[in-house]
Each structure stands twice: as C-alpha cells, then as structure tokens.
Design a protein around this ligand. Structure first.
Ligand SMILES: C[S@@+](CC[C@H](N)C(=O)[O-])C[C@H]1O[C@@H](n2cnc3c(N)ncnc32)[C@H](O)[C@@H]1O
Length: 210
C-alpha cells in the first residue's frame, strides 16, 4: 500500500516538474510513451480521431496540416478522408514519432502524406497553403504557444480552420479560456466548440480578409 502511495506521489511530482519545465523549453512527450498517445481513452471520447475529424468535415481534395502529429493517430484517417486528390502534411519534432506515423501510412497504402521533421517556430509550414489544421493535445508542450498559433494562422488559407483539441487526461492540458485568449491574440475567430470538461475541441477560423 505504502509502495503504491510512493509510486503515485512520484508520478505526480514528475508530472508537475515536467509541466513547469515545459514552459521554458521544449520537453515533448517521450517517444517510448507513444503507445499511450495512440490509446482511445474511454472517458475522453471527444479526443478520438474519428470524432475530431467528423467535426472538421474534411472533403476530398483538401490540404490538411497535422501539426505535431505524434505517431499518426489523426494523420492516417485524415489522409483517407481527403483522398488521393488531397494532401496531409504531418509535422513533428521527433523522428521516432514520425517513423511510427510513416509505418502506419505505408500499412494503409497511402501516398498523399508528406512528413516533415520540424519544431514549432522553425518556419517550415509555408503560408496560405492549408484548408484545415489539427492541433490535438499538443499546445501545452510548446513553450511559445502564441508563436505556434501565429505560425499555423499564417499557414492557413483565408477562411481555413484550425481544430484545437485538449483533454484533461493530458498532463499539458490547456483550458478553453487559455486557448481562446491565445487564439484571439493571433486574430483567429472562434467558429465552434464541441465536447465537455474532460475533452473538448475548439474550431478557430482565419478570417477571409486575413
Ligand atoms: C501528445 S502527442 C500528440 C500527438 C497527436 N497530435 C495526437 O493527438 O495523437 C504531442 C506531440 O507533439 C510533439 N511536439 C511537442 N513539442 C513540439 C514542438 N515544440 N514542435 C514540434 N512538435 C512538438 C511531440 O513530439 C509529440 O509527438
């Protein structure tokens, strides 16, 4: 019993230290924990790839940015939905995450995905390219959150939509208020909200005059 208590206390302390340190420098989710990212948490149904993508109403031929794609949980179903005439650009800081995403894309026989190893703020996204962007359980891992949102804003086409998903089960959880504040600073307009306190998605639109 006391061993269990010590284990829980250590896990809590490690999480808090990780959170505080993440505010200053990039400390991404370790690659060895990628299996955890791929699990469907039964208590956070709104964090499931199919639910997030259904809300985003992807159409064949669209170009989608999966920003910080991790092991490709959303990349593969997004590429299937936009079809061969569409494209998904999947970006992540860590080669190990991208390797897993590539494995899954190959197994699904998809050739409409471009993988880019880059960190937020490196300027590798381009400008005015994307119809849709995904930022799923990532924002809190990025030290310069406003800078990352601005980079995505610039990469979207006018009228393009960024889908931000956060879940309470993620140690880097960002509240809706924080996401709305940061997004407002970058001139995103809030277009929709889905979910509940355990997991939610906000849709942020780049104005057509943007
Ligand atoms: C919790 S995972 C989420 C992955 C995916 N979006 C999903 O929901 O399945 C967070 C991912 O963000 C990546 N990441 C963290 N900080 C980053 C940064 N500063 N630049 C680029 N990628 C980053 C990590 O490597 C990790 O793969």
């Amino acid at each position: 019993m006391s061993l269990l208590f010590v284990a829980i206390a250590l896990a809590v302390v490690a999480t808090v230290v990780w959170l505080i340190a993440s505010r200053r420098q990039s400390l991404p989710c370790p690659v060895w924990l990628r299996w955890c990212v791929e699990l469907d948490n039964p208590f956070a149904k709104n964090n499931r790839a199919a639910v997030i993508l259904d809300h985003l109403e992807l159409q064949p031929g669209m170009t989608v940015l999966d920003f910080d794609c991790g092991p490709g949980r959303l990349t593969v179903p997004a590429a299937q939905r936009v079809g061969p005439a569409g494209r998904v650009v999947s970006v992540d800081l860590q080669a190990g995450m991208l390797a897993r995403a590539k494995e899954k894309a190959q197994a699904a026989n998809l050739s409409n995905i471009e993988f880019v190893q880059a960190g937020a703020g490196e300027g590798k996204l381009g400008r005015g390219r994307f119809d849709r962007a995904l930022l799923v359980t990532v924002l809190g891992e990025i030290p310069d959150r406003a800078g990352a949102l601005k980079e995505i804003f610039d990469a979207l086409k006018p009228g393009g939509v960024l889908s931000v998903t956060e879940t309470l089960f993620d140690p880097h959880y960002q509240s809706r208020q924080t996401v709305s504040r940061l997004a407002g600073e970058v001139r995103f307009r809030e277009r929709g909200y889905f979910g509940n306190r355990l997991a939610y998605t906000v849709h942020l639109e780049k104005p057509t005059n943007g």
